[in-house]
Write a protein that binds this ligand. Structure first.
Ligand code: SF4
Ligand code: SF4
Length: 163
């Protein structure tokens, strides 16, 4: 009996290793592949420039004082400028905006070399850089589902020129 238990103890780890060796990976190859988040994900904040009325409610609501209202030459009112170095992505500014001028998307790739580059002028806020131009090596975007405790991936988009 103890011999069987002994042999089982030796064989069992090999079986586990073999199972994992032939199963699909649970990780993705970022930045060549990227998971897309669910609707309502709080990522980068952007501005619909033409909708903003310059009321400043977003700036006054921001708990981190990340929004400054700035004047723009030739415009009748000021516009929000966001310092993403201070932003906690709470999206209170999005919720409070009476015109729906602010919105958040699923982009989280905001890292920069210089801290000042985290300050987004209204023009930069209203021209959000597409994900594909931030992640130049991106080939696939993927969603993930968990069913019965198992992960499964669904391919959303494939960048043809890189495949
Ligand atoms: S998401 Fe929150 S912290 Fe960031 S700018 Fe808006 S209100 Fe401020
Ligand atoms: S973005 Fe919205 S809340 Fe902020 S100033 Fe413009 S209209 Fe007002």
């Amino acid at each position: 009996m103890s011999v069987i238990r002994f042999l089982r103890g030796i064989i069992k780890p090999y079986i586990i290793v073999f199972k994992h060796a032939i199963s699909k990976p649970h990780t993705i190859k970022y930045p060549y592949e990227r998971l897309m988040f669910s609707d309502g994900y709080r990522g980068r904040i952007s501005l619909r420039f033409e909708k903003c009325i310059g009321c400043g409610l977003c700036s006054r609501t921001c708990p981190n004082r990340a929004i400054e209202m700035v004047e723009i030459e030739g415009e009748k009112h000021s516009f929000p400028q966001i310092n993403f170095g201070r932003c906690s992505f709470c999206c209170l500014c999005v919720d409070v905006c009476p015109r729906g001028a602010l919105f958040s998307d699923e982009v989280v790739e905001l890292s920069v070399i210089k801290r000042d580059d985290l300050i987004y002028h209204p023009y930069k806020l209203s021209n959000p850089q597409p994900l594909e131009s931030i992640l130049k090596d991106l080939k696939k975007t993927i969603t993930v589902q968990i069913e019965d405790g198992r992960l499964s991936y669904t391919l959303l988009r494939r960048r043809e020129e890189n495949v």
